[in-house]
Design a protein around this ligand. Structure first.
Ligand code: IPM
Ligand code: MN
Length: 347
């Protein structure tokens, strides 16, 4: 039987229970679909950092590179380890090292879930550049701690990086409703964002079947609230995409519904699947984290591995669950109740 090796990184806080819940659903889906999933769990987290002084061992990336895919919960416990240390020690290096340049985040309302908007239905696929831009990590601080301190953080936009994420977006748009929104701030940022706009025009010439519109990030933020139904695929830089996808999570009812996939489209290294981020220290011990985002991310993992039928079964079970009202609002149901209901509907 075809067996996929999956690296599980539950991480911190709610990452642990939601990863466990998602994994049980994935296992059940695999059973009925003629393939197997084999998990290896790594305890890399802020606890691990406190014990060892590092978020993962020195050969952590090499180890993960041997798996077919990675399922991650959440990273961060800011009361004990600064976020700038924990994220730069685990999540962000994985995205970069494995060239997971496309961060895909679907935003739509599940049945029975009413988001905060009056607007009707929407179905947006945000595609965030995931390896460079504002997250490139180039910079430094001088005269630290003095009144003369200077901090420099440089965004890096390469033609290769911008072109490949736009191409990825155009391909997705072609498979969906044929609309692509390219998001920049080229009226104010005249180098990187003008380059992005130019490449959008160049690449769009090869996709005459896709209707392209360029938006500025501020206008896009407003549009996602006022007229989300007008959007299909939205492509944005690393930081802009980060912000827009928390907005996307909000309009779909909250982070508990926001799935995401960090994809290496060339398949030269494993891709990583994770709910849109947050270890939620405030509710981590309450047992009420919604496992839907993690489970949906797991379905995206099966899709990426070529097991689309099993992925579709999981999505149908999630939708059947929210249709009954279970898991439809933050804190309403316990993690286990939601997970068990999804399992009940899995057929
Ligand atoms: C996300 C998160 C991360 C990001 C943080 C935790 C570094 O907000 O996945 O959206 O900004 O990429
Ligand atoms: Mn984010």
């Amino acid at each position: 039987m075809k067996t996929y090796s999956i690296a599980l990184l539950p991480g911190d806080g709610i990452g642990k229970p939601v990863t466990e819940a998602a994994w049980n659903v994935l296992q059940a889906a695999a059973k009925g679909s003629g393939f197997a999933l084999k998990a290896t769990t790594f305890p890399w987290s802020c606890d691990f950092y406190k014990q060892t002084g590092a978020m993962m061992p020195a050969d952590g990336i090499e180890t993960l590179g041997r798996f077919d895919a990675i399922l991650l919960g959440a990273v961060g416990w800011p009361a004990e380890v600064p976020d700038s240390v924990s994220l730069h020690g685990l999540l962000l290096p994985i995205r970069k090292a494995f060239v997971q340049y496309a961060n895909i985040r679907p935003h739509r309302l599940l049945p029975g879930v009413s988001g905060p908007l009056k607007a009707g239905d929407f179905d947006i696929l945000c595609i965030r550049e995931n390896t460079e831009g504002e997250y490139s990590g180039a910079g430094g601080r001088v005269h630290q701690g003095t009144a003369d301190e200077v901090a420099v953080e440089t965004s890096i936009f390469t033609r290769t990086g911008v072109e490949r994420i736009l191409r990825f977006g155009f391909e997705q748009a072609r498979m969906r409703r044929g609309k692509l929104a390219s998001v920049t701030k080229s009226n104010a940022q005249k180098y990187s964002m003008v380059l992005w706009d130019e490449i959008t025009r160049l690449v769009s010439a090869e996709y005459s079947d896709v209707e392209v519109t360029s938006y500025h990030i501020d206008a896009m933020a407003a549009r996602m609230v006022m007229a989300p139904e007008t959007l299909d695929v939205v492509v944005a830089s690393n930081l802009f995409g980060d912000i827009l996808t928390d907005l996307g999570a909000a309009i779909q009812g909250g982070l508990g519904f926001a799935a995401s996939a960090n994809i290496n489209p060339d398949r030269s290294a494993p891709s990583m699947f994770e709910p849109v981020h947050g270890s939620a220290p405030d509710i981590a011990h309450l047992g009420i984290a919604n496992p839907i985002a993690a489970t949906w991310s797991g379905a995206m993992m099966l899709d990426h591995l070529g097991e689309s039928a099993a992925a579709a079964r999981i999505m149908a079970a999630i939708e059947a669950t929210t249709k009954t009202g279970i898991g439809t609002a933050p804190g309403k149901d316990r993690t286990e109740t939601i997970a068990k209901t999804i399992l009940t509907f899995l057929n």
